[in-house]
Ligand binder design. Structure first.
Ligand SMILES: *Cc1c(COP(=O)(O)O)cnc(C)c1O
Length: 479
């Protein structure tokens, strides 16, 4: 290598046609679509030109330049084409211990729900046909019946997500009028879903009452005017106000509402059909309880604690649900056949009360036996030590998982994990390389170590996890 005018090298860059004839590129084009390969060659050459012109590339001896540049282009093109040919949505092993991780797709579907989606995708279905009569049917009917049966509500409707459910319910019941909410419940859920903004969007006027930490029934009482359309209760999903606090309960709001003949709506957010306190989680009112307490309309997500597909579920009094069904917005936030298929299958798992804990992955993870988690952590640690013991220090540790999805933010879920301290790279490098793998592995960084929580690692993923970690620790970062 020696210094000389880099621009003279530009003329040694091979033309695209010549690169295409290279045997490596020829083989590449057998597995990667040709247009992608072509584009990758062009982009690589453009970058190379820029690098040479700017002197960013060490120039080889002039008489070797052509071979050198061709080899470089072939190598970079291969990498680029492969990376562009991978789907962007890729499989991830969730070792974070956050059960409902919004960035990782929230609830994992159970076997029956996956099968139902597959069936719905593989052929035609009676999505909107009543097979008994051959006439037009409702796509909502099967899930509505199940929701009525499971929650005790009079009627139900399902939309695209809970944000849409809140928007639709508010817009239908209170557009142009006032909605009373406690100051302690004006929450932001994330992704710019803020209760005051949703109110504005649905055409309601927000009337705030009480203070951040205390709101009494009398605060609502004083705010009721002839303009009031609704009393709204919002579950403060992702945070807790602790200490000197007072929240007005749904039952109290229902009492207030009845004297003024005002409906009460509860945005439950996570909305569980199961009492999670039996597994040591904080007691939360179930959907059934809120319905029983007299809420006229209850909204919750399909892919949070319910453990189903992304959806917004609305249950409540028939008169209100009927009005929502006629709202043109309902069509705009309609769920597709895959959601219906997966939701119906998920809801069916709740019919037999004990089955749900095993067959719905979210519930199975939340109720996982602590000893079993420990055994799994020990097994993974032993395998890692055997396969990659020279490259990292691995040990079994006690840790805490989280529910996630904005649910139960203060809940501590004692769990077991594997702590990995790499010897030949930083823990940030390790985490970065694990994210590039197929499947990607996402853990938690803690005290300069990588922590892998067994709670959210699905049964059967351990072998892959160990293989991916071993490969990365040994330095073969490519999948
Ligand atoms: C999560 C949540 C929402 C939004 O639900 P999505 O299904 O994510 O649209 C709305 N309200 C509350 C209280 C929530 O916790």
């Amino acid at each position: 290598m020696y210094e000389h005018n880099p621009n003279s090298l530009l003329r040694h860059i091979p033309p695209v046609d010549e690169v295409l004839q290279n045997p490596v590129i020829y083989t590449l084009a057998q597995s990667v679509p040709r247009p992608l390969v072509l584009q990758a060659i062009r982009d690589t050459i453009t970058l190379l030109r820029a690098d040479l012109s700017a002197g960013r590339l060490q120039a080889p001896l002039e008489h070797q330049a052509r071979d050198y540049l061709l080899a470089l282009i072939v190598e970079k093109t291969t990498k680029l084409a492969h990376s562009r040919n991978r789907p962007n949505l890729r499989k991830v092993i969730n070792a974070t211990g956050v059960v409902l991780h919004t960035n990782l797709g929230r609830a994992v579907l159970g076997e029956s729900a996956r099968q139902a989606i597959n069936d719905a995708a593989s052929g035609y279905s009676n999505l909107e046909m009543d097979l008994a009569t051959g006439k037009r049917g409702s796509r909502y009917a099967p899930v509505e019946q199940l929701l009525i049966q499971l929650t005790g509500a009079e009627a139900a409707l399902v939309v695209n997500n809970n944000a849409a459910a809140v928007l639709l319910a508010l817009g239908t019941m209170a557009s142009g009028r006032e909605v009373i909410v406690s100051r302690g419940q004006l929450v932001e859920i994330g992704g710019s879903f803020r209760i005051p903004d949703v109110m504005t969007q649905s055409g309601c006027r927000l009337v705030e009452v009480g203070t951040t930490n205390k709101t009494y029934p009398a605060d609502y009482q004083r705010a009721i005017t002839p303009e009031t359309a609704l009393l709204l209760h919002v579950h403060t999903s992702n945070y807790r106000i602790m200490g000197f606090t007072r929240e007005t309960t749904i039952a109290e709001l229902v009492d207030l509402g009845l004297s003024g003949q005002l409906p009460v709506m509860s945005d439950l957010g996570s909305g569980s059909l199961k009492d999670l306190s039996v597994y040591g989680l904080p007691a939360e009112p179930t959907v059934q309880q809120v319905v029983k307490d007299g809420a006229d309309v209850v909204t919750f997500s399909g892919d949070k604690l319910l453990g189903g597909p992304q959806a917004g579920i609305i249950v409540g009094k028939k008169s209100y649900i009927d009005r929502m069904k006629k709202n043109p917005l309902t069509r705009a936030v309609r769920i597709d056949k895959f959601t219906i298929a997966a939701l119906e299958a998920t809801l069916r798992e709740y019919i037999e009360p004990q089955m749900a804990w095993q067959r719905i992955p979210t519930l199975a993870m939340l109720s996982a036996d602590n000893n079993l988690l420990k055994q799994r952590a020990e097994a993974v640690t032993a395998e890692l030590n055997t396969a990659a013991g020279e490259y990292a220090l691995c040990k079994v540790v006690q840790t805490n998982s989280a529910v996630g999805g904005g649910a139960l933010p203060t809940a501590d879920l004692p769990s077991w994990g594997v702590e990995v301290a790499p010897r030949d790279m930083t823990v940030f490098d390790l985490a970065g390389r694990l994210r590039e793998q197929e499947p990607a592995v996402i853990g938690r960084l803690q005290d300069e170590k990588l922590l892998l929580d067994l709670r959210t690692i699905l049964p059967g993923e351990e072998t892959t996890l160990v293989a991916v970690l071993t490969r990365v620790l040994k330095g073969g970062a490519l999948p």
